[in-house]
Design a binder for this molecule. Structure first.
Ligand code: MG
Length: 242
């Protein structure tokens, strides 16, 4: 008997043994009824979500030295170039985040990272890149949907300028022990316009422009949106704490 045939025979035998023995197992043994999942009325905004921006005001946000300075108009907010990024007042750990964003018309003469750049920083440290990556090449681990300078997106699902993009982000925060030592890294899954671009990606540390990422201990922390000097807009931002 050759090896393949032997393995096939073994597989059939194993299957039939399981099929036989499974009949004697009470199916109730593998059913559990407690706890009962909470009822959540689904979208567009799930009933248990915290709305961080509904298009009317920046009350849930703060600037680096006071009120969030970005502009709000027509149901969306836009970066105020040069006035720095904004952070949520509330701190978050594990979460599901929904955020919509839009790049304006292409800026003539600009390319790569300079073509309408912003960013969603999870816990203020880990950037999911926001960039007009529609027909705009840059380093792959710096395009839209990347974990900046760490993990390129699986595909480029970018819509053309002036069209709204969605990010649905599932994030697991890193864990540190009492001494501040890293116990487990952060993980992120990202859907860009419903298309998977990060699949349970292990984050290697804070996302930085120069050098290698590293971890520094922290607790729950705000979501930060970047001012990279470009008129990128955001709307419909909500989060579910996990
Ligand atoms: Mg950026």
């Amino acid at each position: 008997m050759n090896k393949t045939k032997a393995l096939l025979t073994l597989s059939i035998l194993t299957t039939s043994v399981f099929a036989q023995s499974n009949k004697d197992i009470d199916p109730k043994l593998t059913e559990f009824w407690e706890p009962v999942p909470e009822v959540v009325t689904p979208g567009p905004v799930p009933s248990d979500a915290i709305v961080l921006f509904d298009g009317t005001n920046l009350d849930s946000w703060t600037g680096h030295d006071g009120a969030a300075p970005w502009t709000v108009k027509n149901g969306y907010m836009t970066v105020a170039p040069g006035k720095k990024g904004i952070s949520t007042k509330q701190k978050f750990c594990d979460m599901q985040l929904h955020i919509e964003w839009r790049a304006p018309e292409k800026t003539p003469g600009k390319k790569g990272q300079q073509q309408n750049n912003s960013g969603v920083f999870l816990q203020g440290r880990y950037e999911v890149q926001v960039l007009d990556s529609y027909e705009n090449r840059t380093y792959s681990n710096g395009q839209a949907g990347s974990v900046y300078k760490q993990s390129l997106p699986l595909v480029n699902a970018m819509k053309p300028p002036t069209h709204w993009n969605t990010y649905d982000i599932i994030y697991k925060a890193p864990r540190f022990n009492d001494a501040g030592k890293l116990e487990s890294k952060a993980y992120v899954t990202v859907l860009h316009n419903g298309v998977l671009v990060q699949n349970h990606t292990e984050i290697q540390g804070g996302t930085v422009y120069r050098g290698n990422p590293s971890y520094k201990a922290h607790g729950c922390a705000p979501i930060f949106l970047q001012d990279h000097g470009n008129l990128v807009s955001f709307r419909n931002i909500w989060v579910r704490e996990l």
